[in-house]
Design a protein around this ligand. Structure first.
Ligand SMILES: [Zn+2]
Length: 181
């Protein structure tokens, strides 16, 4: 007959082989909870750690957004051999303005990544991040523009607005939810 033990967590009676050993407490010593409970517990602890570190990173990013945006711009400029002469103060002033310089859409700042997150845009993609050639725009506009010029995005936006919004997609409640109002 197999030895059994009651798990102190799930309270099920299980064969001893389903319990971990505690060699530090003597060769035959067995843990009080079963493998299934151990695994569930460590998974929960792992998920909690991840959530905590994500929240911490988001908060840190919030206070360091200007330097973060600038660091990434400098990195991209170096990679493509163009200049980056904007300063952290320059970036911070545009963040403080709170709205996209191209669309006028208000930035979403309480999330790490969002379609309406602020993003540094080179007006002429071939020129570097100089004060004259750089704007703070929403991430979504920057993505749509990519290596093209404003005319393309404007043409697309005009075409979209001529079609008219679908009422079931664009309602006040949707935009209220985006801004957490
Ligand atoms: Zn158990």
């Amino acid at each position: 007959m197999t030895d059994t033990k009651i798990c102190s967590w799930c309270l099920e009676e299980k064969p001893i082989s389903e319990f971990g050993r505690r060699p530090d407490r003597g060769l035959r010593s067995v843990r009080s909870h079963c493998y299934v409970c151990s695994r569930a517990q460590s998974r929960a602890a792992y998920r909690k750690d991840i959530a905590v570190s994500r929240a911490r990173n988001a908060a840190a990013w919030q206070t360091r957004r200007a330097s973060g945006l600038l660091r990434c711009a400098r990195h991209r400029a170096k990679k493509s051999g163009i200049s980056c002469t904007i300063t952290e103060l320059w970036v911070q002033q545009r963040l403080d303005a709170g709205v996209c310089e191209k669309t006028g859409i208000r930035f979403v700042l309480d999330k790490l990544r969002h379609q309406f997150s602020p993003s540094l845009d080179k007006i002429n993609p071939k020129i570097g991040y100089t004060p004259e050639n750089t704007r703070m725009v929403i991430f979504m506009f920057n993505r749509a523009k990519s290596n093209f010029t404003d005319d393309y995005v404007e043409y697309m936006a005009d075409s979209l607005s001529c079609r008219g919004p679908s009422p079931e997609v664009v309602g006040d409640s949707k935009w209220a939810a985006v801004y957490g109002l």
